[in-house]
Design a protein around this ligand. Structure first.
Ligand SMILES: [Fe+2]
Ligand SMILES: [Fe+2]
Length: 266
């Protein structure tokens, strides 16, 4: 005798009306029709070590092919450092590699110079460009939106709050590259390109005047860099940021001693 499949047998009949199951059932069917590709099991893909290696090579190649401009503070080495720091934070924060690493590699894919009025759009443009690339490489679609968000939210000027631990990690990794010894090197590098003085010879640390980092590079430490150290979001990012900020205070101490203008006068 022909029998109804168990699934239909269970949900058909007057019983479902009685138990009020119709509404949830209909919304389930509508959802399935609207999103037929949604996997029945929400478990996200996890790459093997070999897969990670292959993907990282592709990300690096993509960055190498991009027009990075001539700013030594944003050259290939910057991308490598940010990716390395992001991987470190990703492990320490137990976050998702599949989101953190592509976002870290491609966070500055579209280069807009620092003094360009379109600067605040750079991270959005980088997010779009990265997404195009990920689609063309058939990178698992389940991570696309989060990667794009992490790229868009990394930037200081975009003013987008990270909503995931992965986006916080990418933002922290990029900001950490502006701190410590590498941060000092990059800061003076950019200042040189923008033709700014190293410090104000009358009042190097701005003790008795308004700070002006458009003129004096040392002022930028106080106007922005020490604040960046305070803005880090992840636990491991904060502790590394504190170490790097400490080094920067020591650097300014030494600078003051060398130029005959002690940072801390008795
Ligand atoms: Fe950036
Ligand atoms: Fe960056």
């Amino acid at each position: 005798m022909h029998r109804k499949p168990r699934y239909f047998a269970r949900i058909s009949g007057r019983q479902i009306f009685k138990n009020g199951c119709v509404k949830p059932l209909i919304s389930f069917i509508i959802k399935e029709m609207a999103n037929p590709s949604a996997p029945p099991n929400p478990t996200l893909k996890k790459f093997t070590d070999e897969e990670r290696l292959v993907w990282e090579q592709k990300f690096e190649l993509k960055v190498r092919e991009a027009d990075l401009g001539s700013d030594p503070a944003h050259d290939l080495a910057h991308f490598r450092r940010v990716a390395a720091t992001a991987k470190q934070l990703c492990t320490e924060e137990n976050a998702r590699w599949e989101v953190v690493v592509p976002a870290a590699w491609m966070h500055d894919l579209v280069n807009v110079p620092k003094n360009d009025p379109k600067r605040s759009l750079a991270s959005r443009l980088s997010g779009q460009e990265a997404l195009k690339f990920l689609r063309s490489e058939n990178y698992p679609a389940e991570f696309h939106a989060e990667i794009q968000h992490a790229i868009e939210a990394h930037s200081y000027s975009a003013q987008i709050d990270p909503t995931t631990i992965e986006a916080s990690i990418v933002q922290d990794a990029d900001r950490l590259d502006g701190l410590g010894a590498i941060g000092v090197a990059r800061c003076f590098c950019v200042a040189g390109l923008l033709k700014r003085s190293i410090y104000d010879s009358v009042d190097p640390f701005g003790k008795a005047r308004a700070l002006d980092d458009l003129k004096f590079t040392v002022d930028h430490f106080y106007v922005k860099l020490f604040k960046v150290a305070e803005s880090l979001r992840t636990h491991s990012g904060k502790s590394e940021g504190a170490r790097r900020a400490q080094f920067m205070h020591e650097f300014l101490d030494q600078l003051g001693a060398e130029i005959g203008s002690p940072l801390h006068s008795e």
